[in-house]
Design a binder for this molecule. Structure first.
Ligand code: SF4
Ligand code: SF4
Length: 139
């Protein structure tokens, strides 16, 4: 058992030392780890609606819905609430239309808020949410 003096010293040292935590989400500073898999980005202009991503998805988190923008008339809608962020959909997409980004702030109050790309993007948009293409990782 540590002596009381040691405990007091330790407590005082912690009070005056630099904080080890941050006041998230009010304070910036949380950086995703390199290679971390977060929400998807869909490049609708590259998507053919081939369904390869849907077939590759183990927890059936991808549903194909009608679309005027793809060759087959279908496009993926992704339920992040079901997704296990395995990245198999990205690997399966031979048209480079679907990527996982490092965006991880995914909490929501309702399940339906976890469904992305539900609405048809306007014609001519590069992605359905106007985001930037994720940077290629150094190999
Ligand atoms: S995102 Fe890729 S794999 Fe999925 S339907 Fe579109 S082209 Fe096919
Ligand atoms: S990351 Fe995995 S679980 Fe999530 S949508 Fe893609 S294939 Fe499905």
């Amino acid at each position: 058992m540590p002596r009381p003096g040691v405990i007091v010293w330790e407590a005082l040292r912690n009070v005056f030392s630099k904080k080890a935590t941050i006041d998230y989400p009010f304070e910036e500073g949380v950086k995703p780890l390199v290679g971390l898999r977060g929400a998807h980005i869909l490049y609708i202009d590259l998507c053919t609606g081939c369904r390869a991503c849907q077939r590759a998805c183990p927890p059936l988190a991808i549903e194909m819905v009608p679309s005027d923008l793809t060759k087959t008339g279908k496009r993926p809608v992704i339920n992040l609430g079901q997704c296990i962020f395995c990245g198999l959909c990205e690997d399966a997409c031979r048209y480079d239309a679907l990527f996982l980004t490092d965006y991880i702030e995914l909490s929501a109050f309702q399940q339906k808020e976890m469904i992305i790309y539900e609405n048809e993007p306007p014609k001519g948009t590069k992605t359905s949410e106007g985001e930037e293409k994720p940077k290629e990782e150094d190999s």
